[in-house]
Design a protein. Structure first.
Lengths: 124, 564
């Protein structure tokens, strides 16, 4: 048992679960998607990215790239929200934001699968 | 560059996470604090607004309270946020600055930069291991000749000297231990343009290590190494080192050559000189009894070589026991009585060959006082004493580092030149003098270019095609000026190599065949003109028979019509 491993796994899984929580609900219903959940998803995703820095293995590189993909989509969603909120119809804005977070969810999902597969392949 | 980026990122992991966490908490808190807008209603900042405020606060820019004046609760949270975010921010900035000043990181960056520059080199280059006296001279001559050099030197001070030096091309340098093969690889030993490795440090072990690893890494690479000890030289030889330079024997050898065959010596010096230098002035040393001061490794080589030229020598040595000197006058040579005892009045010349510049100067000064018409040969050890030697003006001043550099150059410019100079050694002085006057007639007194031409389908397409079609090409045909075939280019063929057989100064009427390698000596203009004409079938056709081939189909057709 290694505290570093616990923290690493925790943040990667948390990034995915928060992302999933935000994504869940009707795609065009603003009351189903809370802004703080998106905020938390972005912060946790950023921390997960930084934790993945500096791993030179092939798996480490893929993990980092999935995180970067998730960050990119979540931050785009946040920018859309900040820039267009109140300026366009909230239902169609919500569709953009939630679908972006859905993309990020896929990246986070791949990241967790990689984490699990790496853990299983370790024979120790 | 890749590995450096990840190294920086890994070291910055902790400060980055601190920044993310502190910004996140501060932003979140600010959105929760109730404020009042200009109409007196309660309002909450959006996440974006809060992030904006925290960003300018944490980075100490501080735009003030926007969009409305803050409530007490918001101010309370801002006070907390200022201390909470500014500290991690400065911590991260400090960490980045420390990282940039980190010695190991900077070394990695410069090494990576060098490796990238070397990868981008698209012209032949040499790797010089060390930047001492002879190597720095060699580097400057190669630079003059527009050949690229990569220097691997362990001492940063010497490289600083290189940075201050005025060079035509940028000389790439790496501050690293050349003994480690990875540094040779960084310096580009695997680059297909790498034409050789030269190792001239004063440590035999280092030279051996470099020569061996260079030969193992790339067996057909040319390696020139300096070795003082016989066993080291033998070891180098067993690994196939192409040329081994022993500074002591080389010095004696050159001195003897200078004493008995001045023409050969001048030819040697001239062909391996810096472009732009003029012919060295001829000094003809007299024959007779010579005094040799100092019987160290240099002195032994000098005596051995002088005696081979049938010149008698008297040795003056301060410590005869240490140097195994059997018949010698004991003394340093700086005092008059030692010189008189050695028979200075009957001697025709003196060689001051100790390893101490001041002693050498003192010896020749005393000797000159005793016998003003004595021929003086002085050994200069340290480049930095040049001013003293220039002022004194001995008949011949010889510097071992110069000699080493010139010897290396003969092997580096083209292997044919080294072969030519070796053959010249077997000719007599008269022959060398004739060749010099012939060369001076054609190229003038400045140091000429020497280069080799391979007659094959790669380097001389036009000539090769001509020969393949059954025509006879003579050497003099190659030497015609491509812009006017009535004139000749300013060049002289020095050596013709065919099937392993070499011919010194070939006849101009000799027939050229495919596979010949010819060493030319001439002006820079002639060199570039020759390279162009040998590869252009149209130009070469004009040189051969004075006829211009029409370029296009239409002109060819018109020409055919008119000739019929």
């Amino acid at each position: 048992m290694n505290l570093e491993k616990v923290i690493f796994g925790f943040f990667i899984v948390l990034a995915m679960t928060l992302n999933f929580g935000f994504f869940l609900g009707d795609i065009d219903n603003i009351s189903h998607h809370h802004v703080y959940e998106l905020y938390a998803a972005i912060i946790v995703s950023l921390i997960a990215t930084v934790l993945k820095f500096g791993d030179r293995t092939q798996v480490g590189a893929i993990l980092l790239s999935t995180s970067l993909a998730a960050d990119l989509q979540l931050i785009t969603a946040a920018i859309l929200w900040a820039a267009l909120h109140g300026e366009m119809e909230s239902a169609s804005l919500m569709v953009y934001i939630v679908s972006l977070s859905g993309g990020a969810l896929m990246a986070n999902f791949v990241s967790v699968i990689l984490l699990i597969s790496e853990t299983i392949s370790q024979r120790r | 560059m890749n590995s450096i980026l990840f190294m920086i990122l890994r070291r910055l992991r902790r400060p980055l996470i601190l920044i993310i966490v502190s910004f996140a908490i501060a932003t979140l808190g600010l959105t929760l604090m109730p404020g009042t807008d200009d109409q007196g209603n309660t309002w909450y900042m959006s996440i974006f607004q809060a992030f904006y405020v925290i960003s300018y606060t944490a980075t100490t820019i501080g735009f003030g309270e926007v969009p409305f004046a803050y409530s007490q609760a918001q101010r309370l949270w801002m006070t907390f946020s200022i201390y909470f975010t500014v500290i991690p921010w400065f911590y991260a900035v400090g960490k980045i600055i420390t990282l940039l000043q980190d010695v190991s990181l900077r070394q990695t960056i410069t090494a990576e930069r060098l490796a990238r520059n070397v990868r981008n080199l698209q012209e032949p280059f040499f790797i010089l291991c060390s930047y001492g006296q002879s190597a720095s001279l060699l580097a400057s001559i190669l630079d003059e000749k527009n050949m690229r050099v990569v220097i691997v030197e362990q001492k940063q001070e010497r490289l600083n000297e290189l940075e201050l030096a005025d060079t035509k091309n940028s000389i790439l340098s790496l501050c690293a231990d050349a003994k480690l093969p990875e540094n040779l690889i960084r310096a580009g030993i695997y680059n297909p343009y790498c034409s050789g490795v030269v190792t001239l440090t004063d440590d035999d072990e280092v030279n051996l290590a470099v020569a061996v690893s260079a030969k193992l890494l790339k067996p057909n690479l040319r390696v020139i190494a300096r070795a003082e000890r016989g066993d080291i030289a033998a070891n180098m030889e067993s690994f196939g080192t192409d040329h081994i330079i022993n500074p002591y024997t080389l010095f004696g050898d050159q001195l003897a050559m200078r004493v008995h065959a001045l023409g050969t010596y001048i030819l040697h010096q001239w062909l391996t000189g810096v472009p732009g230098d003029t012919l060295p002035p001829p000094e003809n040393p007299p024959r007779g009894n010579w005094l040799v001061c100092g019987y160290g490794r240099f002195g032994k080589s000098v005596v051995e070589n002088l005696e081979r030229e049938n010149l008698s020598t008297t040795i003056i040595e301060a410590m005869p026991d240490l140097t195994e000197c059997e018949r010698c006058v004991v003394g340093s040579g700086t005092e008059a009585n030692t010189l008189i005892e050695a028979g200075i009045q009957d001697a025709c010349g003196i060689v001051a060959g100790t390893d101490n510049d001041i002693n050498n100067l003192s010896i020749v000064m005393t000797a000159k006082e005793l016998k003003p018409n004595l021929f003086l040969i002085i050994r200069k050890n340290n480049r930095h004493n040049s001013a003293l030697f220039k002022k004194f003006g001995a008949d011949i001043t010889m510097q071992p580092t110069d000699i080493i550099a010139h010897e290396c150059l003969a092997h580096m410019l083209t292997p044919l030149l080294a072969e030519f100079l070796a053959l010249v050694r077997n000719q007599n002085n008269q022959w060398a003098n004739n060749l010099i006057s012939q060369l001076v007639d054609v190229v003038g007194e400045t140091v000429p270019e020497t280069w080799a031409v391979n007659i094959d389908s790669n380097c001389a397409v036009a000539v090769s095609e001509y020969i393949d079609s059954g025509m006879i090409v003579r050497l003099k045909d190659l030497m015609l000026d491509p812009s006017n075939r009535e004139k000749e280019l300013k060049l002289v063929p020095l050596l013709l190599l065919r099937n392993g057989q070499s011919k010194l100064v070939p006849e101009l009427d000799s027939v050229v065949v495919n596979g010949d390698r010819i060493l030319f000596c001439g002006t820079y203009d002639a060199k570039s003109a020759l390279a162009a004409s040998l590869n252009n079938i149209k130009t070469f056709n004009y040189m051969m028979n004075g006829l211009e081939i029409p370029d296009s189909l239409v002109w060819r057709w018109i020409k055919n019509m008119t000739t019929q």
